[in-house]
Write a protein that binds this ligand. Structure first.
Ligand SMILES: CC(=O)N[C@@H](C)C(=O)N[C@@H](C)C(=O)O
Length: 768
């Protein structure tokens, strides 16, 4: 039937011919089905009054029409049956948390905090819910603080033990701005803007770069949920950025301390997103007193925040053991000390006394040290992107963590007394396993693969915690992990495996860890490997010190469902393979990583899994650097390419990015620390140029799609635009898609949708 609202004139969107418009239409309907698959973001479990367990899941789903993520909460009650089986009973409908920035239940599960950040300078709303209704609502004006952080890094919400106070991180209030009138500058304290005056900008305060636009300084606050009174925590140096706050256990209710992470800013702030190499320490500070509440600090209790981890360059994700005797934390000292923007983590503990004043000089005990070179199949070192707020088993010294282990995300137990680390998700599984929450000594996790949508698993211990063979995992069916029949049926014809790729240049002067094989995930149709091969897409992660995990990714699964095989390469320098592998890449980018990708491609061609004439590549950021290097250095290898916010010219990027130190470190290696400057010399600029994809532009002939976010502070669009214009000048087929309101990640719902739709159509056009 004719669409009655359709225009009488046929308008074909720019860049589409009739054939591609048909392809565009059919791919868009399929992509829509992938887009709608819900993602489980977090979960909390608590005991209900009857003693049964209840779990609250926070789910998100892209809302394309509003170009926002829709967030909702789903609830499930867990019952243990007589035959030892476990049943999850789901509430009939989820509840949408419209305009909710954060929701965090209290540890007992009797209260729920809901935070709604406001646009501009409107107040931030705090609501406290009970099981039946809103119990309290408070509006905090922007003169006290601006929006509450929910960025996954500075962010933390921590309830105190009696659930009357909540500590959290929010943006400092707006600093005073100069007022001007018709007559000029107005001296003194001026009222807000009226029609005869205007506010100037005042001095520029540097923020933490990419993804923190409009934010300058995260600060620590406490709200009393009985009175609504909010207090900024005193005693913290003005320039210190603060995050990840938790309440310290204390024997005396009247003496409460907070432990938090502080990031000094030095002479300038560098970008912090994806950069664990920014030095940081744990501090403790006295919690504020509230009006009408008992407050019995003696005159000898310290007013100023005191550093707890002076002897280590990085300390974050603090967690107290259940008995309060240990403070455990993660460290990225390998990253801080070397200059790599991410590296292998280590886990540490310090002693804590709940009766005494915390100490400044603490002995830091290594619980899990950095692993330099992993022996085959054994623990490669810790690579954690988060730790649960309550990660403890009931023995009080075993933590449950999710961590990258090669290309898989696995569940680990870590004994903080012995340092023993055990992999407790099935060792035979190449799927990725992520812990959501603990239900007593049981684990609620989510498990997925590149071609399997996430499923909930329930892990329970048979025997004791120190024996890894005794964890059983049950499949839990749930309405929150549903996908359409079409998606399910398309994915059921796919399979994947993790391939080990030998290093080609192993004879070079390499450390042992850098000579070990790296990995690539290969996803393809089940029966097609040896018949006529499907066209193949090489997927390249950024960083470069990140990893492509075997977890489900909607965009990759969509491309696979279009009939492409995927080769997802974690080249040397990726996380998950030991520290020597990480450190092998800096100074060799554009050669070692490019050669690793080429070797992985040749590996699958050699196995008969890929047709050399039908290979495309897509990558973001450093993955875009590799994509554009491949089309320049190996001009006959790829039939099509797509580069998303790619690094194409270090020499251009270094002057404008929020992480110029990254350009130095990756291009020059360990000597970069001493040579970094905001004013690169002509010699540095020449070296930068020579290491960049732009230096190979004359050889490129591959049709290339460039996807750029105009507000990217990490890899400013000038990098991609210069490269695209150079290709045009040479007559190479190139298409540029510019997303005016996007930052580096290009992950807003409509941007993500339009990006992968165009990538799918581009690759079909040139690879089929
Ligand atoms: C440290 C960093 O941000 N490097 C960028 C050049 C990059 O590659 N970023 C990755 C993390 C990305 O996926 O965007």
């Amino acid at each position: 039937m004719e669409n009655p609202g359709a225009s009488p004139f046929k308008v074909t969107p720019v860049g589409l011919d009739a054939n591609s418009e048909e392809e565009y239409f059919s791919q868009s309907t399929l992509l829509k089905e992938f887009t709608e698959i819900p993602s489980i973001e977090k979960a909390w479990s608590f005991k209900s009054n009857s003693g049964a367990s209840q779990v609250m899941f926070s789910i998100s789903q892209p809302n394309l029409l509003e170009n926002k993520k829709r967030r909702y909460a789903s609830f499930s009650h867990i019952s243990k049956e007589r035959d030892d089986s476990v049943q999850f009973h789901w509430d009939a409908f989820p509840i949408e948390m419209r305009s909710t920035s954060l929701m965090v239940p209290s540890p007992s599960g009797s209260k729920l905090l809901v935070v709604q950040n406001a646009e501009n300078d409107s107040p931030t709303r705090f609501e406290i819910w009970s099981s039946s209704q809103v119990e309290r609502e408070f509006h905090v004006p922007s003169s006290i603080h601006r929006s509450v952080y929910y960025d996954g890094w500075f962010e933390e919400i921590s309830w105190n033990s009696d659930e009357t106070l909540i500590a959290y991180i929010a943006e400092e209030p707006v600093s005073a701005k100069p007022t001007f009138t018709y007559f000029g500058y107005e001296k003194g304290n001026c009222p807000d803007k009226d029609c005869n005056s205007w506010k100037g900008q005042g001095d520029w305060d540097e923020g933490w770069g990419e993804a923190y636009d409009g934010k300058r300084l995260p600060k620590l606050f406490v709200i009393n949920i009985n009175s609504g009174e909010v207090r900024a925590v005193d005693g913290i140096e003005k320039s210190l950025s603060v995050g990840q706050v938790i309440w310290a256990p204390s024997a005396k209710d009247s003496l409460q301390y907070l432990v938090f992470v502080g990031w000094p800013s030095g002479t300038r702030k560098f970008g912090i997103k994806y950069c664990t190499n920014r030095p940081c320490s744990l501090y403790f500070v006295r919690a504020p007193c509230f009006r009408y509440e008992p407050c019995q600090y003696g005159t000898d209790t310290k007013l100023s925040a005191v550093v707890l981890t002076e002897s280590i360059s990085s300390a974050f994700f603090p967690r107290f053991s259940p008995d309060g005797k240990f403070l455990v934390f993660l460290s990225s000292k390998s990253a801080v000390d070397s200059g790599a923007h991410n590296a292998t983590d280590s886990l540490h503990r310090i002693d804590w006394s709940i009766d005494a004043e915390p100490q400044q000089r603490n002995k830091i005990v290594d619980v899990v040290p950095v692993v330099m070179c992993a022996e085959d199949g054994s623990f490669p070192g810790l690579y954690c992107s988060n730790i649960l707020s309550n990660p403890w088993l009931s023995d009080g010294h075993t933590m449950i963590l999710s961590a990258a282990w090669g290309s898989t995300l696995v569940v680990l137990t870590v004994d903080i007394l012995s340092g023993d680390v055990l992999r407790i998700s099935p060792c035979t599984s190449e799927f990725s396993w992520d812990v959501l929450t603990l239900d007593g000594d049981n684990i609620i996790a989510v498990c997925s693969s590149p071609v399997d949508v996430p499923e909930i698993k329930y892990g329970y211990l048979v025997g004791n915690a120190s024996d890894n063979t005794k964890w059983n995992w049950l499949d839990i069916s749930s309405p929150i992990t549903k996908c359409s029949e079409k998606v399910r049926s398309l994915l059921s014809s796919k399979e994947f495996s993790i391939m080990s790729i030998p290093v080609r240049d192993a004879s070079e002067n390499l450390t042992k860890g850098a000579s070990k094989p790296y990995e690539a995930i290969f996803a393809s149709s089940k029966s097609k490997k040896h018949d006529a091969c499907d066209p193949m897409i090489v997927v390249l992660h950024g960083g470069p010190h990140c990893v492509s995990l075997s977890s489900f990714s909607k965009s990759s699964a969509f491309l696979c469902s279009l009939g492409f095989s995927l080769l997802i390469v974690s080249y040397r320098g990726s996380l998950g393979f030991g520290e020597e592998a990480v450190q092998s890449l800096p100074g060799r980018v554009g050669s070692q990583d490019v050669n690793d990708v080429l070797a992985a491609i040749d590996h699958v061609i050699g196995m008969g899994f890929a047709d050399p004439a039908k290979i495309a590549a897509v990558g973001i950021s450093h993955g875009g650097f590799l994509t554009t290097h491949l089309i320049g250095q190996a001009p006959d290898k790829l039939a099509a390419a797509a580069a998303r916010n790619p690094v194409c010219n270090f020499a251009l990027m270094v002057g404008t990015t929020d992480i110029p130190d990254w350009c130095y470190f990756e291009a020059f290696g360990s000597e970069a620390k001493s040579s970094f400057t905001a004013t690169p010399s002509a010699e540095h600029l020449a070296l930068f140029y020579n290491k960049s994809p732009i230096s190979h532009i004359s050889k490129v002939k591959t049709p290339t799609l460039m996807l750029l976010g105009a507000k990217d502070l990490r890899v400013p669009i000038t990098d991609g635009l210069q490269y695209a214009r150079a290709l045009k000048e040479k007559g190479v087929e190139v298409k540029v898609m510019m997303f005016p309101d996007d930052i580096h990640e290009l992950d807003r719902p409509r941007t993500d949708f339009e990006s992968f739709l165009n990538i799918g159509v581009w690759f079909k056009k040139y690879c089929s």
